[in-house]
Design a binder for this molecule. Structure first.
Ligand code: URA
Length: 433
């Protein structure tokens, strides 16, 4: 078998066999297939797509590319949630401790930023001392004792995805259905959870922009998960506007802490409650109404916040930053972005907002680049809000003043202000069980 022939077959719209898919994944993990050939195949898959069988084969090949985890040492039911990626999506920071505080175990492996979206691991690493690289024993011990632990994908878990994720991030091959499915489900199935709630984003900031594509993505992932014996549920949630007000690592951690304290932004709090409710429900903790009541209670009585603090401490982080978020280092440069005209924020290109944040230093342009944790944007106005000319639209933060110009221009280009008020879009657009 030759990689050249596999690339050519997909380039010409052919259907790859199970063996060809396995050959690619195994060879790439072993380093026998170079990045340039892998990139070419990714681009061919991007343009030509894959059918369900190929997508499932790719997913299982990614899952089997490394060690399959064994969570049997964890007492109790294990539930995970995974987002397909969004802008300002810091839900894992809130829902993982929230669900854990209610007695369901969350043994979570998360990723770094990808394309225009941020990653949970980058966000958590902005907490001084926080370690996302724990041994398996430490990981399992923390889950048993605290109820939750969030780590980066360990080197042996789905190593194919680890390499492909970083490659896709810099070769414009992220937003492809089979690649998103195999990346997410390959990792999820290599872990050992009982239930998985998928948060499939839809809209201008999502990898799947249309509701129809998001439904297909959700259905394919739910079907593959069920095929592998998991309890699955997917929510399709709005990413036509950033989630919450903060975009960028430290800024998002601070917003998650606010939310756990009961005063987060309305949209973000609502989505956290919905996701946590569905996680508990799937884990068999009662009716949807009972689960929702429990979730709201765990925010109100601060037990979710306490669990988050315990998790931070157990992973080497300085928990005093959670008690006092003003301790987080602020970016040396700050700029107000003013509205150029009056009217309603009618629509925003959420991906553009994500890119604007990357331009400030909150993400990577190459695999090796490091992140400016303090960089990002705090939105002062969002879709549906009325704004007067000269009024503050957003505040931007960076460690490199030269970055402001392009980031501000991107934000302006991504914001449509019109005289008529836009229709309200629900936060959850569909549910796939
Ligand atoms: N999250 C992942 O883990 N992989 C993707 O491809 C997209 C989002």
């Amino acid at each position: 078998m030759r990689m050249y022939d596999i690339i050519r077959k997909k380039r010409d719209g052919g259907e790859l066999t199970t063996q060809e898919i396995k050959f690619f994944i195994d060879g790439y993990v072993k380093g026998e297939i170079p990045d340039y050939q892998a990139s070419a195949l990714l681009m061919a898959i991007f343009f030509k797509g894959m059918n369900f069988r190929e997508t499932a084969d790719l997913t299982f090949a990614v899952r089997d590319s490394g060690q399959r985890l064994d969570f049997s040492a964890i007492n109790g039911i294990r539930v995970d949630k995974h987002s397909t990626g969004g802008v300002g999506d810091k839900t894992s920071l809130v829902v993982a401790p929230l669900v854990a505080s209610l007695g369901v175990k969350v043994a979570k492996m998360s990723g770094r930023g990808l394309g225009h979206t941020g990653g949970t691991i980058d966000k958590l690493e902005s907490i001084p001392g926080f370690k996302t690289d724990l041994s398996e024993e430490e990981f399992l011990k923390n889950v048993n004792e605290i109820g939750v632990c969030i780590v980066g994908q360990n080197r042996d878990l789905a190593p194919a995805d680890k390499k492909l994720y970083a490659l896709r991030d810099v070769t414009a091959t992220v937003d492809s259905l089979p690649l998103v499915v195999s990346s997410i489900m390959g990792k999820k199935l290599a872990a050992d959870d009982d239930c998985i709630v998928l948060d499939v984003k839809t809209g201008s900031g999502a990898f799947a922009k249309s509701l129809e594509d998001s439904r297909t993505l959700a259905k394919v992932m739910v079907d593959i998960g069920k095929q592998a014996g998991k309890k699955m549920l997917a929510l399709i949630t709005d990413m036509d506007r950033p989630l919450g007000n903060a975009i960028g690592n430290t800024l998002e951690v601070k917003e998650a802490i606010d939310t756990l304290n009961g005063h987060g932004p309305e949209d973000f709090t609502e989505i956290c409650i919905i996701l946590a409710t569905n996680m508990l429900y799937l884990a068999g903790k009662g009716s949807m109404e009972e689960c929702e009541k429990a979730v709201k209670g765990a925010i109100a009585d601060k037990s979710a916040l306490e669990t988050f603090k315990k998790m931070v401490k157990a992973q080497g982080g300085d928990a005093s930053f959670i008690d006092n978020p003003d301790k987080f280092a602020k970016a040396p440069f700050e700029r107000n972005v003013k509205a150029q005209k009056s009217g309603y924020i009618h629509h925003v290109d959420t991906e553009g907002y994500g890119i604007s944040s990357l331009l400030l230093g909150a993400g990577r342009n190459t695999k090796e680049e490091s992140i400016d944790f303090s960089a990002g944007i705090v939105l002062k106005k969002k879709t549906g809000d009325y704004v007067k000319e000269g009024e503050e639209l957003a505040v931007m933060y960076t460690s490199d003043e030269k970055r402001f110009e392009s980031a501000i221009n991107k934000l302006y280009d991504s914001t449509v202000i019109l005289s008529d008020e836009p229709k309200k879009r629900p936060l959850v657009l569909d549910r796939v069980e």
